[in-house]
Design a protein around this ligand. Structure first.
Ligand code: KIV
Length: 300
């Protein structure tokens, strides 16, 4: 457990829970703000900023591992990142993405995978991609107490079937399928549904048609919440960024600039300066070795 700057551990934080998220359906509370994170440091900062839900997305394959898509990400990798992120959160709800082939094979395999994520990944709920075809799997998880977030529209694990990361639901028939998928997930017990890369009219229709919150990414304003990948939000991504990914900062440029300044100072000898050095106290009788250890917070 950590305390954000200026807040002591004694200060009670009202934890975001699955029931409290469900209660925030259309107008019943502020819009849900969800962001991805993959490590402790980012998780801690997002939590301090008041993010409601932190997602360890399988986007980690692309953002952290530099892969072309999310397909190779494993259950163990998601669990590893889940544990790191969990240590940084006090208030936000933690949801983990079920990686490709951990939820598709059978309801039993889905249950085993989700159980591992809750036990070994420290997740508080799981997210899985797919619609009506996943309803039985969702039902199975929910019936044993594992909360499930659905994900329809552009489902990146189907990138090859979809012919790329393309906007979905553009025809009436495709929009109808997305609506039916969302209803099937709701009926199976999903507590929220991500709507990715669909026209805003379709997202609004889905949002009005289901009793659980919808969380949009490239799905317009008509959803009950929004989700962004942290590196997009912070302007750290290089190369192509999707149209919907607003940069709320340009940390990528700031990192390059700061690191360039460091490189220059190392090369010129300006860093480290005197104030960055540990000096041995010139006091007789002080054990210099013990003193050095203590100055690093080590016990001697
Ligand atoms: O993997 C991910 O980051 C996601 C979000 C983009 C919703 O699924």
């Amino acid at each position: 457990m950590y305390a954000p700057t200026g807040v002591s551990d004694a200060v009670k934080v009202r934890k975001v829970t699955v029931p409290s998220l469900r209660d925030r359906k259309a107008g019943a509370g502020p819009s849900i703000a969800m962001v991805t994170a993959y490590d402790y440091t980012m998780a801690r900062l997002l939590d301090e900023a008041g993010v409601d839900v932190v997602l360890v997305g399988d986007s980690l394959g692309m953002v952290v591992q530099g892969l072309a898509n999310t397909l190779p990400v494993t259950l163990d990798e998601v669990c590893y990142h889940g544990r790191a992120v969990a240590r940084g959160l006090r208030r936000a709800h933690l949801v983990g993405d079920m990686p490709f082939m951990s939820s598709q094979v059978s309801a039993e395999k889905t249950l085993e995978s989700a159980g591992k994520m809750m036990k070994e990944g420290a997740f508080e709920s799981v997210k899985l991609e797919g619609g009506a075809e996943m309803a039985e799997h969702v039902f199975r998880l929910v019936s044993v107490g594992i909360p499930v977030m659905g994900h329809v529209g552009l489902t990146p694990q189907s990138v090859h079937a979809l012919g790329g990361f393309k906007v979905q639901g553009k025809s009436d028939a495709a929009a109808e399928r997305i609506l039916n998928d969302a209803r099937a997930l709701e009926q199976a017990g999903a507590y929220a549904i991500v709507l990715e890369a669909i026209p805003p009219e379709v997202a609004s229709r889905v949002t009005e048609s289901v009793s659980v919150p919808t969380i949009g990414i490239g799905a317009g304003r008509g959803c009950d919440g929004q989700v962004l990948v942290c590196t997009d939000l912070l302007g750290m991504s290089r190369g192509h960024t999707p149209k919907f990914a607003k940069h709320f900062a340009e940390l990528g440029d700031a990192i390059v600039e700061a690191t360039r300044a460091y490189v220059d100072e190392v090369r010129s000898g300006a860093f480290p300066a005197a104030e960055h050095e540990y000096r041995q106290p010139a006091v007789a009788g002080v054990d210099a070795v013990a003193w050095r250890g203590q100055s690093r917070g080590e016990s001697t």
